[in-house]
Design a protein around this ligand. Sequence first.
Ligand code: NAP
Length: 247
Amino acid sequence: MRRVLVLGGTGEARELASLLAALPGVAVVSSLAGRVGAPHLPAGEVRVGGFGGADGLAGWLRDHEVDAVIDATHPFAARISGNAADAAARTHVPLLVLRRPPWVAGDGDCWTEAADLAAAARLTPTLGRRAFLTVGRQELAPFAGLEDVWFLIRSIDAPVAPLPPHRELVLARGPFTVAAELALLRRHRIDVLVTKNSGGAATSAKTVAARRAGVPVVMVTRPPPPQGVPSVTTPQEAVSWLRAQSG
Ligand code: NAP
């Protein structure tokens, strides 16, 4: 049996776990951080919670005799990806990064790129007064000091304080349709969208809706991926990589 650890928390990680669970001779364990109250669970074994940094993860890989790690975490989950690169290098366990491609601005898009959330918060009041904020429930602090902007904040679970003073919360989990996103933008008279460049189909409708509504977008760019780690963009390519490892 080859034991594969999938660092998860994304749709791609779940898809990969299903593909791996169906492979003969492969035992898959998916790891979730435990941030979402009722996560969609992947196929196969699941463990939940942090490992205790790169040291803890390296120990876990040794203790559980892991043969390969696939980091299929969210493109903005930089800490766990760095820890995975560190732990895999130390334990000599092969590591692959699975990352969906970023969204790319097309004709009619009006995007301003921000290097991080603090930069996004500085840009927001220069572009609008009624912002649709979809950056995740734990990263709202940079926006908390913005007195002149009203925010529609969307997250899966309740957001973590500090929050901006003028706001309305919507708890919802994608996928979202363009029609529903357009209706939301219009209902709340949104004049700027603030989002991370997560990529993927499940939440891309908001960017299409913003283009159609002529709403500018503050697009937070991704943190750099760990250096020197091979990467693929689809679960199927990750399966091919794993096959090549055992061949
Ligand atoms: P992060 O900042 O990179 O990681 C913070 C800590 O959380 C890590 O050091 C690790 O704790 C623990 N952790 C993160 N992912 C883990 C996993 N898959 N399994 C076990 N422990 C994990 O991560 P984050 O941005 O908070 O994201 C947390 C999870 O939510 C990730 O699994 C990610 O795929 C998912 N997610 C994140 C976003 C986002 O925008 N950041 C969006 C959607 C989903 P220890 O150091 O103790 O091991």
